[in-house]
Design a protein around this ligand. Sequence first.
Ligand SMILES: [Fe+2]
Length: 238
Amino acid sequence: MRKDRKNYWHLLLFLELIEILTKFADINVNLKNNTVMKKQTMPVDGKFELMALPYAPDALAPVISADTIGFHHGKHLLAYVNNLNALLPESEFEGKALEEIVLKAEGGMLNNAGQILNHNLYFAQFMAPKADNAPTGRLAQAIDEAFGSFEAFKEAFAKAGATLFGSGWAWLSADADGKLVITQEPNAANPVQRGLDPLMTMDVWEHAYYLDYQNRRPDHLAALWNIIDWDVVASRYE
Ligand SMILES: [Fe+2]
């Protein structure tokens, strides 16, 4: 009898262990499959915050001036953050991750959340200008495989940015198989809405370059290659 009871407890423990391991495996599979979840940005106390720049406002000059950073980050992005925070209370998106809002919301909620997600990825990917700046390792290999060479990729990307009509974003993203693609996204759209994993972007809204380059969008895009922090971009491709 005592032996039976011992076996019973062993069985329960064994089943409990199996359940824990299964749950852990499910979570891992979900995180692996749902790349959006890996990059989610959560509000703090119900509100989104203006992201802190990982460099000084003048660190990107002369490619992007401190003036442009001041307006673009300190005014435009701040306005999107304030707008979204004003829309969230008592909506179904209160307390939700930025990516979830971008995937499910509509109208002003979607546009402001999309612009915060876009700009957070944009501002975090820069560093001080560096000559002969290029990706390395697995990312460089994937770029060669998808586009033929880094030069061919830059040409295709610049074309996507230059030919995007009106306001929007050119993106380098990875699909579910890790294959790299370039897309044009209008206005506040983000590649997550296509099921892609966004890696690197160029903002072609005029507010991103007009102070420094006026109407010369292609010149601005060409200069941006010197300040892309490829380590940051590669970290998004892991
Ligand atoms: Fe912008």
